[in-house]
Design a protein around this ligand. Structure first.
Ligand SMILES: Cc1cc2nc3c(=O)[nH]c(=O)nc-3n(C[C@H](O)[C@H](O)[C@H](O)COP(=O)(O)O)c2cc1C
Length: 217
């Protein structure tokens, strides 16, 4: 593999400090939104966010991800119907009481209208192995890589002024059929994205303080 000089512009101490504080301030305003406006969103915002996600590091640079951006109302409706069928089972039969109790503050139930209302639903797939001339190519650290890329995606969408919801209807196998994805791709998370509804409300939650999450040794 050939190499090339790193393109790296060293910032001044003042610029670094400002950039760090600005990024923190913006990221801290991100909240999971569960009520979306149907207002259209320019596709360019979604494309750039996916470009950001696809720039993420990955095990051996295998880039084991696929982002299926669903805008077609018919496909969104089919995703909603299948997700609601699974979620209804979860809420009414599969979830243990402890889990239902943990979900109470979020006032969620099996109904998932955001899957139809949000202008875009981005379905992130993990690609467990590659296929080249019907030969399997090994992928490394797939969950770690796709998790990092999804974090980039969420940060980019928020940075662009859009709201998101990370949603994991479980099980998610129906997404392979609805979105016609092959067996080496597995649904990772579903992310409705758009503007928040004008009357959107969010649960009051607490984030751990720095000293609770960071140790210096
Ligand atoms: C992997 C993952 C799965 C999630 N699944 C759901 C979900 O199915 N439904 C939902 O309403 N929120 C879901 N959430 C959102 C979390 O409830 C939310 O991120 C958490 O309460 C913190 O709130 P915040 O995102 O506003 O900071 C999920 C988040 C993650 C990271």
């Amino acid at each position: 593999m050939s190499n090339a000089p790193l393109a790296f512009e060293r910032m001044s101490a003042a610029d670094r400090s400002r950039a760090s504080a600005e990024f923190l301030d913006r990221l801290k305003t991100r909240r999971t939104v569960r009520h979306f406006s149907p207002e259209p969103v320019p596709i360019e915002l979604i494309e750039n966010a996916v470009r950001c996600a696809a720039s993420a590091p990955s095990g051996a640079n295998r880039q084991p991800w696929r982002f299926v951006v669903v805008a077609d109302p018919d496909v969104k409706r089919r995703i909603r119907e299948s997700a609601e069928a699974e979620e209804r089972e979860n809420y009414e039969r599969r979830f243990p009481d402890e889990w239902l109790h943990a979900l109470e503050p979020f006032e969620t139930d099996w109904r998932k209208d955001h899957l139809e209302v949000a202008p875009y639903v981005i379905v992130v797939f993990r690609i467990d192995y590659g296929l080249e001339d019907s030969r399997r190519v090994k992928h490394y650290y797939v969950a770690e890589s796709v998790g990092i890329a999804t974090g980039f995606l969420l940060a980019a969408l928020h940075w662009s002024g859009l709201a998101t919801l990370v949603h994991t209807p479980s099980p998610m196998g129906f997404l392979n059929q609805v979105l016609e994805r092959p067996a080496n791709e597995r649904p990772f998370v579903v992310i409705p994205a758009g503007y928040p509804a004008a009357d959107a409300r969010v649960p009051v939650i607490h984030k751990k303080e720095l000293h609770e999450v960071m140790l210096v040794r």
